[in-house]
Design a protein around this ligand. Structure first.
Ligand code: T3D
Length: 266
């Protein structure tokens, strides 16, 4: 597939996807969704071969993503209403699940404004860093919609109900700094430091014990629904599995030999 709306590259175990419609602030159209889906499948295949051990997701130009491209939504009097449910079912929902289930950790680098679906997409990723000049806008309320792309799931869990409700109902700008202070994202860094910080984090994740990282994600995701007993059982099962992994053996050996570990992800 030829990519016209995203950029995709793989080097040194790091896959990078850049949303690339800067003239529309990287708003989603159907072609961009399809390219993204295709690229995520390539990452999944590369993960199976262990040639990719982390995905970095970012945006081109001054924005991260402005959500759905509203120019693709005809609202002319007399025109049939678009089926937004179909759009969620076909594109936005599967995108969230693909990111949450990807076989490598996902680092989201929010380089600028993130609005609508573009504000919630980072929340489906494992680690989010943002430029100090970036901000998050739950813009849906300005259109009479609800926060989609997992917004109604992630926002109350990350922020608590009071902040989630006001952001979702008012659509006020949330600065990257405030987002980090409130626990919506991992950290906010100076714009000039964003690329270097993102590269350093990507390199760390590409060298991490990938299976352990993935089981960590699974256990944390499961904890929202599990009882303490069920969660302790899950921890037991994952620890049993990971204790048999090559990376555990390597981690212990490296510690005892006082040298940096060389994890392979297995
Ligand atoms: O429909 C479905 O499938 C259901 C799913 C919906 C998911 C959603 O995401 S709904 C929410 C859609 N997004 C929005 O409502 C955000 C709309 N954009 C904005 O509010 C503002 O553009 C921003 C706050 C993001 C940035 O503001 P600012 O002042 O920095 O930039 P700007 O001047 O508004 O935008 C720059 C250009 O990008 C401009 O085009 P122009 O005038 O230079 O030709 C603007 O029209 C365009 N643009 C920005 N966002 C979108 C967009 N074009 C199409 N769709 C957009 N979402």
């Amino acid at each position: 597939m030829d990519y016209r709306n995203i950029l995709f590259s793989v080097a040194d175990g790091i896959a990078r996807i850049t949303l690339n419609r800067p003239e529309r602030l990287n708003a989603f159209n159907v072609a961009m969704h399809e390219e993204l889906r295709h690229a995520l499948q390539r990452v999944e295949s590369a993960a199976a071969e262990r040639t990719v051990r982390v995905l970095v997701l970012t945006g081109a130009g001054r924005a991260f993503c402005a959500g759905q491209d509203l120019a693709d939504r005809s609202v002319d009097p007399g025109a049939a209403a678009p089926d937004l449910g179909a759009s969620i079912e076909l594109y936005y929902g599967p995108l969230v699940l693909a990111l949450r289930r990807l076989s490598v950790p996902v680092l989201c680098v929010v380089n600028g404004v993130a609005a609508g679906a573009g504000a919630n997409l980072p929340l489906a990723c494992d680690i989010v860093i943002a430029a100090r000049s970036a901000h998050f806008i739950e813009a849906f309320c300005n259109l009479g919609l609800i926060p989609d792309t997992g917004g109604t799931y992630f926002l109350p869990r990350l922020l608590g109900p009071a902040r989630a409700t006001a952001l979702a109902m008012l659509g006020d700008k949330l600065s990257a700094e405030q987002a980090a202070a409130w626990g919506l994202i991992w950290k906010c860094v100076d714009d000039a430091q964003l690329a270097a910080e993102a590269d350093a984090l990507a390199r760390r994740l590409a060298a991490a014990p990938t299976l352990g990282v993935l089981r960590t994600r699974q256990a944390l995701q499961a904890s929202g629904l599990n009882t303490l007993e069920a969660q302790l059982d899950l921890e037991r099962d994952f620890m049993r599995e990971l204790g048999r992994s090559n990376d555990y053996r390597e981690g212990v050996s490296a510690f005892l030999e006082k040298r940096p570990p060389r994890f392979t992800g297995a």
